[in-house]
Design a binder for this molecule. Sequence first.
Ligand code: LMR
Length: 399
Amino acid sequence: MFFDHIEAAPADPILGLTEAFNRDTRADKINLGVGVYKDEDGKTLILKSVKKAEQLLLEGESTKSYLPITGLPEYGRLARELIFGAGSELVDGGRAISCHCPGGTGALRIGADFIHQQNLTRTVWISDPTWVNHYQIANSSGLNFERYPYYDRINHNLAFERMLETLSQAKEGDVVLLHACCHNPTGIDPTHEQWEEIADFLAKRHLLPALDFAYQGFGKGLDEDAWGVREIIRRCPEVVISSSFSKNFGLYSERAGVLTVVSADEKTAAKVLSQVKVAIRTAISNPPAHGEKIVTTILSDRDLRAEWESELRVMRDRIRRMRVLLVEKLKEAGAGDFSFITEQNGMFSFSGLNKEQVEKLREDYGIYAVASGRICVAGITERNVERLAQSIAAVVMAG
Ligand code: LMR
């Protein structure tokens, strides 16, 4: 037999939780595992702006023929406008190229393939902790990873000194992967001053910045969340960026992502583009159309764009409200002071719960969180927050 020696892989630490959650028959179960936004009724609905764009596409579309390998040029241009800001020379100037990849994961993977195939480095420096898939993506592309400290567990903030101290061991040309905003899983982002220092550090040491930009708009706002990326761009001539529209457009299953590579000049950018095209052609041939057409339709129509921005604001504000409410309810339930949760950005909170406590929450209370203690605040509602806080308090007090 060819396959009988194969060992079963463990369930995915995030998506595996959804599978377990779906099997759970308890009526009051709560899924705070996967990073998916839920509204106050606990539903992940399609945004109104997306529905309208889909309606337009349904009426106007006349072919399902292949897209270009890199996707529609207008999609790439609009993505660059979101990343760099409308006035940036990188939107149309030719130094930056953008390609549609299937989701943020697809963009990370194609970016890693490109780095490996072009022999740029063997080593990617990854924050500890990080989104668990980063390790697998680096390894599958043939790259090694090293970890740099990111989270100070005692003070619940960024371990900035230790981060730079460790990164000073990186060799010229190594890739440093940063979360552009709403760090997954900690929700802790560098301050403006820290971003400036990071950008200087990378530029001086000739390290290649790679930015995972999966949550633009979920922290403080579309432009505000791009602050770190734009600061890095000002100081580093070459940058790789993976963006995702899964969260901010709620297009999870449409796999709309973008890989953007900034080069020092246009001539180099054209060569980079040709090689990224080879990486895409080899991995997926060419991208799926529906998600990118939705994003393109919304971003290029003034009214739809305004509606989308307001829907994004509603999601962002609701998550912020749930942070405050959770902290309040935890205090009332006697769990202690969790006020650091209100300082974190985006969908996630690094709750401080340990693996055993997370397990107990799942087994005894039907509350699903990632083993690291990450909870998806976007899954909390006014209806479930009380029970959540009481369950966390019970688990914390049990030791
Ligand atoms: C998450 O971190 O929960 C999301 O990015 C979803 C995923 O694919 O893991």
